[in-house]
Design a protein. Structure first.
Length: 243
C-alpha cells in the first residue's frame, strides 16, 4: 500500500476554505503516479513500451471535505486486474485516522500511437493486489439522458497534459463551473462519479449538458456529436452557518 501525507494548500480550496473536488482529483492523480513510479511501472516503463496510463472511471464518496491547512493522509492500492482494466482504491484519513474520503478508480494502458487498449503479454505487467474492509465496489457504467446545453468550451494548451489530451482534472473544473459560488454556499458534494469515454484534444469544442433534480446533477460532455464523458454528482443541502 502506498502512503502519502499532504497538507491542503491555499490554491486548493474555495471561499469556504474547503478542498475543491477538482483539487482532490489533482491530488489523487499525483498519488497514483507516485504509487506506480514506486514499483517501477511509471513513466519510464511506459515510454519503453510505448504506453500511457489513462483513468477510465472514478467514484468518490465524501464524508467531509478537508479544510485549508489541514493535514491529510492518502492510502492507495490496486485490486485484481479485470482483463485490460486496472482498478485502484484510495482512502483519505484525517490526523485522527478517521476516514473522510473513499475512492475507487479504473485505469487502462493505451498504445501511445494508436490510442487503443494495449495488449500485454501474460506476466508483463504484474501488480501486488490488496483488499481492505470498507473499500468501495468497482464503478459501474453511467447511463444518463442528455440534458440541457449549459456550457461550451474550446480546449486550450493549459487544459492538456503530458498525454496530449484534456487532463482528467479539467473535466471536473468544467463540471463544477456549471453552478456558481452561491450554489456551493448551500450545497455540498457527497458523491462524485465520472466515466471518461473518449479523449478530448486541444482546439476541440466541448459541449456540456446537464439535468439537475433532487440534488443530483447529471452531466454529459459531447465533442463532434460523440459522448466523451458522463458524470453524476450527488449533493446535500446545508445552511450557510453550518459551513
Amino acid at each position: 500500500m502506498h502512503k502519502e501525507e499532504l497538507l491542503v494548500k491555499s490554491t486548493e480550496v474555495d471561499e469556504l476554505k474547503k478542498l475543491r473536488i477538482s483539487s482532490f482529483f489533482r491530488m489523487f492523480q499525483d498519488v497514483s503516479v507516485a504509487a506506480v513510479e514506486e514499483i517501477g511501472k511509471g513513466n519510464s516503463f511506459n515510454e519503453s513500451k510505448g504506453l500511457i496510463w489513462v483513468v477510465t472511471r472514478a467514484d468518490v464518496k465524501i464524508y467531509r471535505m478537508p479544510d485549508y491547512l489541514e493535514p491529510i493522509t492518502f492510502y492507495t492500492y490496486p485490486s485484481p486486474t479485470l482483463r485490460f482494466i486496472y482498478p485502484r482504491h484510495f482512502l483519505v484519513v484525517d490526523k485522527n485516522n478517521q476516514p473522510i474520503i473513499r475512492m475507487v478508480t479504473t485505469w487502462a494502458l493505451l498504445d501511445d500511437k494508436t490510442r487503443k487498449i494495449a495488449t500485454l503479454k501474460e506476466g508483463e505487467f504484474n501488480l501486488e493486489f490488496e483488499s481492505h474492509d470498507g473499500e468501495l465496489p468497482l464503478p459501474k457504467k453511467i447511463d444518463i439522458p442528455l440534458g440541457e446545453l449549459k456550457k461550451e468550451v474550446t480546449i486550450s494548451y493549459t487544459d492538456c497534459d503530458l498525454n496530449r489530451h484534456l487532463n482528467n482534472t479539467r473535466y471536473i473544473d468544467y463540471i463544477m463551473d456549471l453552478h456558481d459560488s452561491d450554489f456551493y454556499l448551500t450545497h455540498e458534494i457527497t458523491n462524485f462519479r465520472i466515466d471518461y469515454m473518449l479523449e478530448v484534444k486541444e482546439k476541440q469544442n466541448l459541449k456540456l449538458y446537464e439535468t439537475f433534480s433532487n440534488n443530483i446533477s447529471s452531466v454529459t460532455g459531447i465533442v463532434d456529436e460523440k459522448v466523451v464523458f458522463q458524470a453524476v454528482i450527488n449533493f446535500k443541502d446545508v445552511k450557510k452557518d453550518e459551513k
